[in-house]
Write a protein that binds this ligand. Structure first.
Ligand code: URA
Length: 191
């Protein structure tokens, strides 16, 4: 299967309750050979309407942060742990995350083979880090992870969610600073 075929499956997926409320599923978009994949939590209203990830307010901030490190959305791949909008923007539930990531996210990562997965927010972080991890302690520092399906090693960079940073000046600064570390982290991983 390639990324397009995975996206087609996602668009017609009925494997969990989130399928009922969606307008469009949001498989993810960007460079299929990206060195870095950003993984958010789940589509919001704007993403559900357009079928594209991070196109609302949080997405605009993500674009600004990418620009700050001289990257565009064409350089990276952006997706979410759940591909359909949770009703009223509630948190995705554990069973929804498990179903969606085991069917789709891990398969996407297996194809893209990024050097680095940058998680945006807690729900995404806990897909890769143990439940004991605290975002306040681990943000901005890359940690090693293993693709559960292939055993392939990659690195995970836990980041705060851009939506949280939009409403909290302190977090905004922290997220901007963590973002600025990305080029150096990638350079070191390439070696
Ligand atoms: N927030 C997310 O976590 N993902 C999106 O795609 C948009 C907003």
């Amino acid at each position: 299967m390639d990324l397009k075929e995975i996206a087609e499956q996602i668009r017609k997926c009925q494997q969990c309750r989130l399928a009922q409320g969606r307008t469009n599923a949001v498989p993810g978009s960007g460079n299929p050979h990206a060195q870095i994949v950003f993984v958010g939590e789940g589509p919001g209203k704007a993403e559900d309407a357009q079928g594209e990830p991070f196109v609302g307010a949080a997405g605009k901030f993500l674009n600004t942060m990418l620009e700050s490190i001289k990257m565009t959305r064409e350089d990276v791949f952006i997706t979410n742990v759940v591909k359909c909008r949770p009703p009223d923007n509630r948190d995705p539930q554990e069973d929804e995350i498990k179903t969606c990531t085991s069917l789709y996210l891990w398969a996407q990562l297996e194809l893209i083979k990024p050097l680095l997965v940058a998680t945006l927010g807690r729900h995404s972080m806990y897909e890769f880090l143990p439940a004991t991890a605290k975002i306040s302690a681990v943000h901005g520092k890359p940690v090693q992870a293993v693709n559960k399906r292939t055993g392939r090693r990659f690195n995970v960079l836990p980041l705060y969610h851009p939506a949280a940073a939009l409403y909290n000046g302190g977090l905004r600064e922290t997220l901007l600073e963590d973002f600025k570390k990305i080029p150096k982290i990638l350079e070191n991983l390439e070696k």
